[in-house]
Write a protein that binds this ligand. Sequence first.
Ligand code: EPU
Length: 348
Amino acid sequence: MIRAKEYNIPNTFGIPACARHYVEYASEVELQACLPLKGPVLHIGRGSNLLFDGDYEGTILHSAITDITDITDMTETSETAADETWLHVGSGMVFDDLVAYCIGKGLYGLENLSAIPGEVGASAVQNIGAYGVEACQCIRRVEGYMTETGIPFALDGEACHYGYRQSIFKDSLCGRVAITYVTFGLSRRFVPQTEYGGIRQAIEASGLDIHTLTAEALRDIIIDIRRQKLPDPAVQGNAGSFFMNPIVARSHYEDIRRKWPEVPHYDVDGGHVKIPAAWLIEQCGWKGRTMGRAAVHERQPLVLVNTGGATAREVLDLCKAVQKSVQERFGIRLQTEVNIITSTLPQP
Ligand code: EPU
């Protein structure tokens, strides 16, 4: 167990923030030993989806549980689909290491989530997604402890109430749990998901045949696309998509389409349509624009970047300015995808 005071919180935005206390646990026993925790608690992964608006006057928790166990034979046969392998994965494992591990073992389902920064625990909170796949499609169980009481919990995938970048851990359980293990159900059969924008073209461009494509090759293609589109936090601070893609009523989408017939969109269900925030932001003229030391990325306007030495205030001012433009022009309120942490905010 690692305990520290006045801890500099790692975050990919590269904006300094300090926590009053830091606790890192490497096993469930270590976690149990420090629960219950008083005062505000924030469980972090790699800080790749966080923006700290000031120091954190509470405890930062971090999992260093990184073991993987195949529990297929230990589960009720009624629970697992016929060809599924269940992996019980420590929440502190780097998510991309899990993707690589699965592909190496011939276990499929996570390949499209290659190269997403962060750890396994955070993937279950955030329901990370990319290229037509969301983590919840493979999440079968999430286990952990309530930080206020030390009581353990285990939720099956359905009970996690997953939606687009949404889960019970961002809602009623927000700030109240420490996730220790996530169980993933992986398939032994590789079915490439290539329908989402850009993948099929990238496969064709690299001279590969969709029918003989391997999971390794698909992973390489996705890593390549991400590298081309998204800024590397090691070079320019950022937390990936700063905004979520808004889901609007179909009638609202139709109104926009009358004026901008080219508006890109994805059908969500009969009554709702998802519109790329990147397109809305670009239409408002923000692509590549700088405000103070924060900027809207020049290739992917969904991403806000720290051009060097930006404060959280500068990023948030830019965020508000972008939200205001999109609201005024399209009547859509962009929601942030990045979690903005202000420890003076009332804790849920
Ligand atoms: N677009 C523009 N202008 C641009 C860039 C994009 O108009 O400069 C439009 C295009 O129509 C494009 C569309 O936006 O087709 C969608 O862009 P893209 O496929 O690059 O992805 P996204 O919808 O903007 C989402 C996720 C990403 C994920 C990609 C790939 C969210 C908030 N973001 O972005 O996730 O990698 O899809 O599937 O859903 C993250 O969460 O941090 C993240 C990077």
